[in-house]
Design a protein around this ligand. Structure first.
Ligand SMILES: Cc1cc2nc3c(=O)[nH]c(=O)nc-3n(C[C@H](O)[C@H](O)[C@H](O)COP(=O)(O)OP(=O)(O)OC[C@H]3O[C@@H](n4cnc5c(N)ncnc54)[C@H](O)[C@@H]3O)c2cc1C
Length: 248
Protein backbone atom coordinates (compact mmCIF):
# COMPACT_ATOMS: atom_id res chain seq x y z
CA UNK A 1 0.00 0.00 0.00
CA UNK A 2 1.46 3.42 -0.94
CA UNK A 3 2.22 5.76 1.98
CA UNK A 4 -0.30 8.29 0.61
CA UNK A 5 -3.10 5.81 1.44
CA UNK A 6 -2.18 5.55 5.11
CA UNK A 7 -4.66 7.22 7.48
CA UNK A 8 -2.63 9.38 9.87
CA UNK A 9 -4.00 10.02 13.37
CA UNK A 10 -2.46 12.90 15.35
CA UNK A 11 -3.99 12.90 18.86
CA UNK A 12 -3.52 16.10 20.87
CA UNK A 13 -3.69 14.47 24.31
CA UNK A 14 -3.06 11.14 26.04
CA UNK A 15 -6.82 10.50 26.18
CA UNK A 16 -7.15 11.08 22.44
CA UNK A 17 -4.21 8.75 21.81
CA UNK A 18 -5.81 6.03 23.96
CA UNK A 19 -9.14 6.42 22.13
CA UNK A 20 -7.45 6.37 18.71
CA UNK A 21 -5.45 3.25 19.62
CA UNK A 22 -8.48 1.31 20.90
CA UNK A 23 -7.60 -2.38 21.05
CA UNK A 24 -4.63 -1.73 18.76
CA UNK A 25 -6.10 -3.64 15.82
CA UNK A 26 -4.73 -2.30 12.51
CA UNK A 27 -2.89 0.61 14.19
CA UNK A 28 0.82 1.28 13.65
CA UNK A 29 2.22 3.47 16.43
CA UNK A 30 4.88 5.99 15.45
CA UNK A 31 7.00 7.45 18.25
CA UNK A 32 10.07 9.11 16.74
CA UNK A 33 9.75 6.94 13.64
CA UNK A 34 13.48 6.14 13.41
CA UNK A 35 12.64 2.45 12.93
CA UNK A 36 9.07 2.62 11.58
CA UNK A 37 9.55 5.28 8.90
CA UNK A 38 12.45 3.55 7.08
CA UNK A 39 10.49 0.27 7.28
CA UNK A 40 7.36 1.89 5.82
CA UNK A 41 9.27 3.72 3.11
CA UNK A 42 11.15 0.58 2.08
CA UNK A 43 7.94 -1.48 2.06
CA UNK A 44 9.13 -3.81 4.84
CA UNK A 45 6.13 -2.72 6.88
CA UNK A 46 2.58 -2.11 5.69
CA UNK A 47 0.22 0.24 7.52
CA UNK A 48 -3.34 1.35 7.02
CA UNK A 49 -3.60 3.57 10.10
CA UNK A 50 -0.62 5.37 11.66
CA UNK A 51 -0.88 6.83 15.17
CA UNK A 52 1.61 9.69 15.66
CA UNK A 53 2.46 10.40 19.30
CA UNK A 54 4.49 13.57 18.82
CA UNK A 55 1.63 15.95 19.81
CA UNK A 56 -0.06 13.75 22.42
CA UNK A 57 1.63 15.41 25.42
CA UNK A 58 3.41 12.22 26.41
CA UNK A 59 6.92 13.67 26.30
CA UNK A 60 7.61 14.81 29.86
CA UNK A 61 10.18 13.47 32.33
CA UNK A 62 8.96 14.13 35.88
CA UNK A 63 10.29 13.47 39.37
CA UNK A 64 7.53 13.55 41.99
CA UNK A 65 6.27 11.65 45.03
CA UNK A 66 9.23 9.27 45.08
CA UNK A 67 8.93 8.29 41.43
CA UNK A 68 10.57 9.19 38.15
CA UNK A 69 8.03 9.05 35.31
CA UNK A 70 9.08 9.19 31.67
CA UNK A 71 6.45 9.81 28.99
CA UNK A 72 6.52 7.36 26.09
CA UNK A 73 7.18 10.16 23.61
CA UNK A 74 10.11 11.71 25.55
CA UNK A 75 13.18 11.79 23.31
CA UNK A 76 16.26 9.76 24.25
CA UNK A 77 18.18 13.05 24.50
CA UNK A 78 16.03 14.02 27.53
CA UNK A 79 17.64 11.17 29.53
CA UNK A 80 21.27 11.88 28.71
CA UNK A 81 21.95 13.87 31.90
CA UNK A 82 19.53 11.98 34.13
CA UNK A 83 19.72 8.91 36.34
CA UNK A 84 22.27 6.17 35.79
CA UNK A 85 22.57 3.63 34.26
CA UNK A 86 19.87 5.01 31.94
CA UNK A 87 21.82 8.17 31.11
CA UNK A 88 24.94 6.36 29.88
CA UNK A 89 22.82 3.94 27.82
CA UNK A 90 20.97 6.91 26.27
CA UNK A 91 24.25 8.65 25.43
CA UNK A 92 25.47 5.41 23.80
CA UNK A 93 22.49 5.22 21.42
CA UNK A 94 23.15 6.17 17.81
CA UNK A 95 24.05 9.83 17.23
CA UNK A 96 22.67 13.21 18.44
CA UNK A 97 20.27 13.49 15.50
CA UNK A 98 18.68 10.09 16.20
CA UNK A 99 18.63 10.72 19.97
CA UNK A 100 16.74 13.97 19.45
CA UNK A 101 14.08 12.22 17.37
CA UNK A 102 13.84 8.68 18.82
CA UNK A 103 11.51 8.16 21.78
CA UNK A 104 11.77 6.16 24.99
CA UNK A 105 8.52 4.31 24.15
CA UNK A 106 9.88 3.39 20.73
CA UNK A 107 13.07 2.11 22.33
CA UNK A 108 11.15 0.03 24.87
CA UNK A 109 8.99 -1.42 22.07
CA UNK A 110 11.77 -2.07 19.59
CA UNK A 111 13.03 -5.59 19.05
CA UNK A 112 16.39 -6.68 17.68
CA UNK A 113 16.65 -6.83 13.89
CA UNK A 114 18.92 -9.18 11.96
CA UNK A 115 21.30 -6.25 11.66
CA UNK A 116 21.78 -5.26 15.30
CA UNK A 117 20.26 -5.30 18.76
CA UNK A 118 17.98 -2.36 19.50
CA UNK A 119 16.25 -1.22 22.64
CA UNK A 120 19.37 -0.21 24.54
CA UNK A 121 17.31 1.48 27.28
CA UNK A 122 15.57 -1.78 28.20
CA UNK A 123 18.45 -3.25 30.24
CA UNK A 124 18.95 -0.11 32.38
CA UNK A 125 15.18 0.08 32.94
CA UNK A 126 15.14 -3.58 34.08
CA UNK A 127 18.07 -2.83 36.41
CA UNK A 128 16.13 0.13 37.86
CA UNK A 129 13.08 -2.08 38.45
CA UNK A 130 10.94 0.05 36.10
CA UNK A 131 7.26 -0.47 35.35
CA UNK A 132 5.46 0.17 32.07
CA UNK A 133 1.96 1.65 31.91
CA UNK A 134 0.18 0.68 28.71
CA UNK A 135 -3.27 0.35 27.17
CA UNK A 136 -4.72 -2.04 24.61
CA UNK A 137 -7.04 -5.04 24.50
CA UNK A 138 -8.18 -5.75 28.07
CA UNK A 139 -7.64 -2.13 29.14
CA UNK A 140 -4.88 -0.37 31.03
CA UNK A 141 -2.17 -2.20 32.92
CA UNK A 142 1.02 -1.35 34.77
CA UNK A 143 3.56 -4.14 35.00
CA UNK A 144 7.29 -4.75 35.51
CA UNK A 145 9.16 -4.02 32.30
CA UNK A 146 10.37 -7.65 32.05
CA UNK A 147 6.73 -8.80 31.88
CA UNK A 148 5.86 -6.09 29.37
CA UNK A 149 8.79 -7.06 27.10
CA UNK A 150 7.76 -10.70 27.16
CA UNK A 151 4.36 -9.79 25.70
CA UNK A 152 4.42 -6.34 24.13
CA UNK A 153 2.39 -6.72 20.95
CA UNK A 154 -0.90 -4.84 20.74
CA UNK A 155 -0.05 -2.37 23.50
CA UNK A 156 0.29 1.42 23.46
CA UNK A 157 2.91 2.51 25.98
CA UNK A 158 1.95 5.64 27.87
CA UNK A 159 4.78 5.96 30.38
CA UNK A 160 7.61 4.21 32.17
CA UNK A 161 8.37 4.81 35.83
CA UNK A 162 10.78 3.71 38.56
CA UNK A 163 11.39 4.53 42.21
CA UNK A 164 13.42 7.68 42.78
CA UNK A 165 15.77 5.94 45.21
CA UNK A 166 19.48 6.01 45.94
CA UNK A 167 21.34 3.20 44.13
CA UNK A 168 24.81 2.20 43.11
CA UNK A 169 24.79 1.75 39.34
CA UNK A 170 27.01 0.79 36.44
CA UNK A 171 26.89 0.20 32.69
CA UNK A 172 29.38 -1.85 30.70
CA UNK A 173 29.03 -2.08 26.94
CA UNK A 174 30.71 -3.58 23.95
CA UNK A 175 30.08 -1.27 21.01
CA UNK A 176 31.25 -1.08 17.47
CA UNK A 177 32.88 2.24 16.58
CA UNK A 178 30.74 3.72 13.83
CA UNK A 179 29.05 7.05 13.21
CA UNK A 180 25.71 5.49 14.11
CA UNK A 181 27.13 3.40 16.91
CA UNK A 182 25.02 0.25 17.45
CA UNK A 183 25.61 -1.62 20.72
CA UNK A 184 26.76 -5.26 20.41
CA UNK A 185 26.12 -6.21 24.00
CA UNK A 186 25.58 -4.17 27.17
CA UNK A 187 25.15 -4.94 30.84
CA UNK A 188 23.38 -2.57 33.24
CA UNK A 189 23.44 -3.06 37.01
CA UNK A 190 21.80 -1.33 39.96
CA UNK A 191 22.22 -2.08 43.64
CA UNK A 192 19.54 -0.64 45.89
CA UNK A 193 20.40 -1.27 49.55
CA UNK A 194 21.84 -4.70 48.74
CA UNK A 195 19.18 -5.68 46.21
CA UNK A 196 21.19 -6.20 43.03
CA UNK A 197 19.49 -6.21 39.61
CA UNK A 198 21.52 -6.96 36.50
CA UNK A 199 20.24 -7.00 32.92
CA UNK A 200 21.67 -7.23 29.43
CA UNK A 201 20.84 -5.99 25.92
CA UNK A 202 22.06 -7.97 22.90
CA UNK A 203 21.21 -11.52 23.99
CA UNK A 204 17.89 -11.91 22.17
CA UNK A 205 14.96 -9.97 20.72
CA UNK A 206 14.77 -7.76 23.81
CA UNK A 207 16.77 -7.13 27.00
CA UNK A 208 16.67 -9.71 29.79
CA UNK A 209 17.35 -9.80 33.53
CA UNK A 210 20.37 -12.03 34.15
CA UNK A 211 21.87 -13.91 37.07
CA UNK A 212 25.31 -12.34 37.59
CA UNK A 213 26.61 -15.68 38.97
CA UNK A 214 25.56 -17.51 35.80
CA UNK A 215 24.86 -14.84 33.16
CA UNK A 216 24.31 -17.17 30.19
CA UNK A 217 21.83 -19.46 31.96
CA UNK A 218 18.94 -20.31 29.62
CA UNK A 219 20.19 -17.96 26.90
CA UNK A 220 21.36 -18.59 23.36
CA UNK A 221 22.98 -15.34 22.16
CA UNK A 222 22.06 -14.51 18.55
CA UNK A 223 24.21 -13.92 15.48
CA UNK A 224 23.58 -10.67 13.64
CA UNK A 225 25.41 -8.25 11.38
CA UNK A 226 27.47 -6.71 14.22
CA UNK A 227 28.63 -9.87 16.06
CA UNK A 228 28.23 -13.63 16.37
CA UNK A 229 26.46 -15.39 19.20
CA UNK A 230 29.78 -17.10 20.02
CA UNK A 231 31.46 -13.69 20.47
CA UNK A 232 28.63 -12.48 22.69
CA UNK A 233 28.88 -15.59 24.86
CA UNK A 234 32.62 -14.93 25.37
CA UNK A 235 32.17 -11.22 26.14
CA UNK A 236 29.14 -11.38 28.44
CA UNK A 237 30.93 -12.70 31.57
CA UNK A 238 33.61 -9.99 31.17
CA UNK A 239 31.00 -7.24 30.93
CA UNK A 240 29.18 -8.59 33.99
CA UNK A 241 32.48 -8.67 35.89
CA UNK A 242 33.20 -5.08 34.86
CA UNK A 243 29.69 -3.89 35.70
CA UNK A 244 29.89 -5.42 39.20
CA UNK A 245 33.36 -3.93 39.81
CA UNK A 246 32.22 -0.49 38.61
CA UNK A 247 29.11 -0.19 40.82
CA UNK A 248 29.29 3.24 42.44
C1 LIG B 1 21.31 5.07 12.47
C2 LIG B 1 20.58 4.44 13.61
C3 LIG B 1 21.26 4.08 14.75
C4 LIG B 1 20.59 3.48 15.82
N1 LIG B 1 21.29 3.15 16.94
C5 LIG B 1 20.64 2.61 17.98
C6 LIG B 1 21.32 2.30 19.19
O1 LIG B 1 22.53 2.50 19.33
N2 LIG B 1 20.60 1.77 20.20
C7 LIG B 1 19.27 1.53 20.10
O2 LIG B 1 18.67 1.06 21.08
N3 LIG B 1 18.60 1.80 18.99
C8 LIG B 1 19.24 2.34 17.93
N4 LIG B 1 18.55 2.63 16.79
C9 LIG B 1 17.15 2.23 16.68
C10 LIG B 1 16.15 3.32 17.11
O3 LIG B 1 16.57 4.60 16.69
C11 LIG B 1 15.92 3.37 18.63
O4 LIG B 1 15.70 2.08 19.15
C12 LIG B 1 14.79 4.32 18.99
O5 LIG B 1 14.75 4.51 20.39
C13 LIG B 1 13.43 3.87 18.52
O6 LIG B 1 12.52 4.85 18.93
P1 LIG B 1 11.50 5.56 17.93
O7 LIG B 1 10.65 6.45 18.75
O8 LIG B 1 12.17 6.17 16.78
O9 LIG B 1 10.69 4.26 17.46
P2 LIG B 1 9.66 4.12 16.27
O10 LIG B 1 10.38 3.91 14.99
O11 LIG B 1 8.65 5.20 16.32
O12 LIG B 1 8.95 2.77 16.74
C14 LIG B 1 9.67 1.57 16.98
C15 LIG B 1 8.66 0.47 17.34
O13 LIG B 1 8.00 0.78 18.55
C16 LIG B 1 6.60 0.97 18.34
N5 LIG B 1 6.22 2.09 19.21
C17 LIG B 1 6.77 3.33 19.23
N6 LIG B 1 6.26 4.03 20.27
C18 LIG B 1 5.38 3.21 20.88
C19 LIG B 1 4.51 3.35 22.00
N7 LIG B 1 4.46 4.47 22.74
N8 LIG B 1 3.72 2.31 22.35
C20 LIG B 1 3.74 1.14 21.63
N9 LIG B 1 4.54 0.95 20.57
C21 LIG B 1 5.34 1.98 20.20
C22 LIG B 1 6.43 1.21 16.86
O14 LIG B 1 5.16 0.84 16.38
C23 LIG B 1 7.54 0.31 16.31
O15 LIG B 1 7.14 -1.03 16.32
C24 LIG B 1 19.19 3.24 15.72
C25 LIG B 1 18.50 3.62 14.56
C26 LIG B 1 19.18 4.21 13.52
C27 LIG B 1 18.41 4.63 12.29
Amino acid sequence: MPLADVEVLTPASADEAIAAFGDGGGVTVIGGGTIVMPDLTAGRLRATKALLLSRAGLDSVARAEGKVTIGAAAPLSALEDGDEPLATAARHCADPEIRGQATVGGNVCSVASGDAPRGDLQAPLIALGASVRSVGAGGERTEPIEDFLANLTGRLVLEISYDDAKRKTSYAASTRPHTHHYTILAVAAADREGELRVAATGLGPHAVKIDPENPLAGLDPPDDAVASGWYRAQVLPKLVERALADLS
